[in-house]
Design a protein around this ligand. Structure first.
Ligand code: PMP
Length: 450
C-alpha cells in the first residue's frame, strides 16, 4: 500500500513543500498530512484506510457534504456534453441569475464569473479603482482576500499608514497603495479617510472574517463602514467568498438584513466563491449595473479568463444553490449549536477557558482566559472573546496541535490551524455528529495537558 507518508515523500520531490496550497502542509500542527483516497457526505477516507468525519469540507464549498449525488450527476452530464467550448454556455447565465435572485436588495444587478476567490477580489479592486479614478485601498488586518499582490499587505507601524509587503516578491510600491487597519475599528477607518482625503477607492472587508478564526463584526459595524465609505466617495467591497451562500441563503449580508441591530446597508461590490462552485473552481463578483458596466467588453477595466464560467464547474454551482434550501441552513445551524455545546462542555470539564468565535454555522474556538489576555469582546455565552487579529493572536494557540492530533486519532478531520473555521455540512447526520462528540473528550484532555 502507498501510504500518506509515501505520497508526501513523492510530493515533496516534485512540488514545493509537497502541497499546492500552504495550509495543507500541517505546518502549524506538525506531522504528516493525510492524502485523501475518497470522500462521501460527511466522511473522508485517506489512502491509509482511515475513515474520518470531515470538518474542512473543502474549506467551505461543500455545504451539502462531499460528492452529493445530484451535484455529481450535474457535473457528469455536463462533462459528457462539453468541457471547455470556448464560447458562452447557458449554465453561466443560470448561475448568475441564481446569485442575483438570492441577493435581492443587496444592489447586485450583474455578476461576472471567474475561477478563484483570489481573482474575484483582485478584479473587484481593479473595478473599484476604475470606477472611482482613485488608487488607495483600505483592508483590515487578519482579513484574507486571496493572494494578489496588493492584498498580501501587512500593517505598518502606525494607524492609517501605508502597508508593508506581507510576502516576499511583493514590491513595496504595490503595498504602498494599501492601508491596513485593525478589524472592528471604525475610528481607524475614519482616520485613514482623513489622512488620505479623496484618494481611497475602496475599503475591502470580509462580510464576517473567518480567516483569523471567526471574528464576528460588531453589531452595526458593516452598516457604519458602508456609510463611512459612501460619505467619502469610496466603494465598499464586501468579500463573501467564504461566507456567501454558506452562512445563509443570501450570505452574511442577508443574515445581517434579518437583524434590526445590523441591517440596512449595501456594499458596492460583492465577491463570491466556494459555495457558488459547489467544490469546483467558480468564483465571481457582483455589483450595480453602472459599476459593472466599467468591466470589459463594455468598459475600460480589463478582466478575462479561459476557464471563467466553465460549464462543468458552473453545473456544480447551479446544483448546489438549487439544493441549498432554508432547511439546509437550519440543519447546519442546529448541528453547529450541538457541536459548540459539546466542545464547551469538554473544555469546561478539563478547566480550559475557551471563547466561541461564531457567525451562525461558521465557528472556531479561541483558547485562553480572555480577561487575562485583554480581549475586548464577548461571545454568545458572555465569555470574553477576541475582536481583531491582534487579540486573536494572543490566544494559547500552542494548545491546538495536541487538540488537532487527538481529534485526528479519534477520527475527526479538523482544519490544521487554530486560525481557521470548522465547516459542517447538511450531510453531517446523527452518526457524524455523534462521532465528533465522541472524539472531543480525549482531545480536550490533550489540549489541557500541554
Ligand atoms: N476571500 C476570502 C474571504 C477567502 O476566505 C478566500 C479563501 N479562503 C479567498 C478570498 C481566496 O479564494 P481562493 O482561495 O479561491 O483564491
Amino acid at each position: 500500500m502507498t501510504t500518506s507518508a509515501d505520497w508526501f515523500d513523492r510530493a515533496r520531490a516534485v512540488t514545493p513543500g509537497g502541497v499546492n496550497s500552504p495550509v495543507r502542509a500541517f505546518g502549524s500542527v506538525g506531522g504528516t498530512p493525510t492524502f485523501t483516497a475518497e470522500a462521501d457526505g460527511a466522511w473522508i477516507t485517506d489512502v491509509d484506510g482511515n475513515r474520518r468525519v470531515d470538518l474542512i469540507c473543502g474549506w467551505g464549498p461543500l455545504l451539502l457534504g462531499h460528492s452529493h449525488p445530484e451535484v455529481v450527476a450535474a457535473v457528469q452530464d455536463t462533462a459528457a456534453k462539453m468541457m471547455c467550448p470556448g464560447g458562452s454556455t447557458p449554465g453561466e447565465v443560470e448561475l448568475a441569475e441564481a446569485i442575483v435572485k438570492r441577493l435581492e436588495g443587496s444592489g447586485v444587478d450583474e455578476v461576472r464569473l471567474v475561477s478563484t476567490g483570489t481573482e474575484a477580489t483582485m478584479t473587484a479592486i481593479r473595478l473599484a479603482r476604475g470606477a472611482t479614478g482613485r488608487d488607495l485601498i483600505v483592508k483590515f488586518a487578519g482579513c484574507y482576500h486571496g493572494h494578489s499582490d496588493g492584498l498580501l499587505a501587512a500593517a505598518g507601524s502606525g494607524l492609517a499608514t501605508l502597508a508593508l509587503p506581507g510576502s516576499a516578491g511583493v514590491p513595496e510600491a504595490i503595498t504602498a497603495q494599501t492601508i491596513v487597519v485593525p478589524y472592528n475599528d471604525l475610528d481607524a477607518v475614519r482616520a485613514a479617510f482623513a489622512e488620505h482625503e479623496g484618494r481611497i477607492a475602496a475599503v475591502i472587508t470580509e462580510a464576517s472574517p473567518a480567516n483569523m478564526g471567526v471574528v464576528p463584526p460588531a453589531p452595526g459595524f458593516n452598516r457604519d463602514l458602508a456609510a463611512i465609505c459612501h460619505d467619502n466617495g469610496a466603494l465598499l467591497i464586501c468579500d463573501e467568498v467564504l461566507t456567501g451562500f454558506r452562512t445563509g441563503p443570501a450570505g452574511w449580508w442577508g443574515r445581517e438584513q434579518e437583524d434590526p441591530e445590523r441591517g440596512g446597508w449595501q456594499a458596492d461590490i460583492y465577491t463570491f466563491g466556494k459555495v457558488i462552485g459547489g467544490g469546483m473552481p467558480v468564483a465571481g463578483l457582483g455589483a450595480r449595473r453602472e459599476i459593472m458596466d466599467h468591466l470589459a467588453p463594455l468598459g475600460a477595466v480589463y478582466q478575462a479568463g479561459t476557464l471563467s464560467g466553465n460549464p462543468v464547474a458552473v453545473a456544480a454551482g447551479i446544483a448546489t444553490l438549487r439544493l441549498a434550501t432554508d432547511e439546509v441552513y437550519a440543519t447546519i445551524d442546529a448541528a453547529s449549536d450541538r457541536i459548540i455545546a459539546a466542545a464547551r462542555r469538554e473544555f469546561a470539564r478539563v478547566g480550559l477557558p475557551v471563547a466561541v468565535q461564531r457567525v451562525r454555522n461558521l465557528f472556531s474556538f479561541a483558547f485562553g482566559d480572555g480577561e487575562a489576555l485583554g480581549w475586548t469582546g464577548r461571545d454568545e455565552f458572555g465569555v470574553s472573546a477576541p475582536t481583531n487579529e491582534d487579540e486573536v493572536k494572543r490566544q494559547e494557540s500552542w494548545r491546538y496541535p495536541a487538540f488537532f492530533h487527538a481529534m485526528l486519532d479519534a477520527g475527526v478531520n479538523l482544519p490544521p490551524s487554530v486560525f481557521e473555521a470548522w465547516f459542517l455540512s447538511s450531510a453531517h447526520d446523527e452518526d457524524a455528529l455523534a462521532a465528533i462528540e465522541a472524539a472531543l473528550p480525549a482531545a480536550a484532555d490533550a489540549a489541557a495537558a500541554v
